[in-house]
Ligand binder design. Structure first.
Ligand code: 5CA
Ligand code: ZN
Length: 409
């Protein structure tokens, strides 16, 4: 699949800082020092509805990761998937009486437009579940041949008990896992499973649903977790730096993915850091496609909201916090954008070399974007009333805000 165009990332003077980031698995902060190449896998959308602010907030967090790494002159290999076949997508297509491939293509195209408008840097490998099927089938066969998978009425399940490290990504107790499994695509109540938590690796073809040749598995379609494992291992290999997504992916998705990879390779963890963004809510509840309490990025853009203001609204919350989208959040971002633009449009001003370091410091410290915004705010407030004569300052601030925060002033 093609991704979307990259906006240019200006080079900044001086030296970038290494990223320290919170890892869900070890529940601590890790300094990722990945050498000259950094590798990140970010779970992509299930394209049955448009990009909402919750999605945008999560992708914003991982865009910052890339920007911090690029600032250290590392090469970044960024992989993202598109879950372009799965139950929710097929259910929505059926409900709306439309072709599921058209629905997926349309929403993926809109996602690309939203990401471009928000200046999110594209992945180098943007891979759909459907196109990954030829790589998924042999992995499921290997899991089965290793005794880590079993068949139930033609469907193939992964046995969580085959992984000695199962549970070490999300650190949840059995009851919590069971509840979340039922909530997030699992089927803990299906009779005949060895363990209620066992996730599906391969779903045998159902009447009226799309299916693909699965070799010795028979016709069917892939399970959700093995999709991301296959794509990640194919393009990044084992022990890449970050697997990222919203906090609702820690369990079961990233836990199961780590388990699949553990059995396949004998290694744990698949990613050095499991990084999870908080959930954005609307009207007191998590924004979600299934509940329909959504603010779409495309709707805001159509209403004339500057994407840079949307981006500033996202940046005004720490990525790990759960927060609520309100009109006030957006209004504050619009006002901030105006102040920042006014400040950098002056022909000269007060020196900004310290500001570059403050923004670097804030982001390297577990992506503390609110602290980065506060640092820019401080420069802007002084700049707006100063009679400084540093001609390079406004340009340097624009480049810093662009390179490290993805905001075009
Ligand atoms: N296709 C799978 C991942 S492989 C999936 O979860 N798709 S999704 O469209 O449901 O979500 C895409 C990303 O947005 C995930 O990382 C998810 O955790 C994140 N996300 C969904 N809702 C919210 C929300 N309300 N706030 C923050 N992030 C969210
Ligand atoms: Zn995923």
């Amino acid at each position: 699949m093609h991704a979307w165009p990259a906006s240019e990332v200006p080079a900044l003077p001086g030296k970038g800082r290494d990223l320290q980031i919170h890892d869900t698995a070890t529940q601590g902060t890790i300094t990722l020092a990945p050498g000259p190449v950094a590798r990140i896998y970010v779970c992509g959308i299930t394209p049955y509805d448009a990009t909402h602010i919750g999605h945008a907030a999560t992708y914003n967090a991982f865009d910052l990761v890339q920007r911090v790494w690029l600032d250290t002159k590392r090469q970044v290999i960024y992989v993202q998937n598109v879950t372009d076949v799965d139950d929710p997508l097929l259910e929505r297509a059926l409900r709306d009486n439309q072709d599921w491939t058209e629905l997926a293509e349309r929403e993926t195209a809109l996602f690309r437009e939203d990401m471009t408008a928000l200046r999110m840097l594209p992945p180098q490998h943007y891979i759909g579940a459907v196109e990954a099927i030829p790589g998924i089938v042999p992995l499921v066969e290997r899991l089965r041949d290793a005794g880590a998978a079993y068949e139930l009425d033609g469907d193939v399940y992964f046995s969580v008990e085959s992984d000695p490290n199962f549970g070490k990504v999300s650190n949840l107790d059995a009851e919590a896992m069971r509840l979340l499994s039922a909530e997030r695509g699992g089927d803990p109540d299906r009779a005949g499973k060895k363990n209620p938590l066992d996730p599906m690796l391969w779903m045998a073809a159902r009447p009226g649903e799309p299916s693909w040749d699965g070799g010795s598995l028979g016709r069917g379609r892939p399970g959700w977790h093995i999709e991301c494992v296959a794509i990640a291992l194919d393009h990044l290999g084992m022990t890449f730096d970050i697997q990222g997504g919203g906090s609702d992916l820690a369990f079961p998705h990233h836990e199961m993915g780590a388990s699949h990879a553990q059995v396949l390779t004998g290694e744990f963890p698949m990613a050095k850091a499991y990084v999870h963004a908080g959930m954005v809510a609307l009207h007191g509840e998590k924004m979600s496609k299934s509940k329909g309490n959504l603010v779409f990025v495309s709707a805001l853009r159509r209403a004339g909201v500057d994407p840079a203001a949307i981006r500033l609204a996202l940046l005004s919350h720490h990525y790990r916090a759960d927060w609520e989208w309100t009109d006030a959040v957006l209004a504050e971002a619009v006002a901030r954008l105006e102040r920042w633009r006014a400040a950098v449009s002056r022909p000269d001003g007060i020196p900004a070399d310290d500001l570059v370091e403050e923004v670097r410091e804030a982001l390297s410290n577990d992506l503390d974007a609110p602290a980065a915004l506060a640092a820019v705010d401080r420069w802007v407030e002084r700049q707006l009333v100063s009679d400084g004569d540093d001609e390079s300052a406004p340009g340097l601030v624009s480049r810093t805000v662009d390179a490290l925060l993805g905001v075009a002033l």
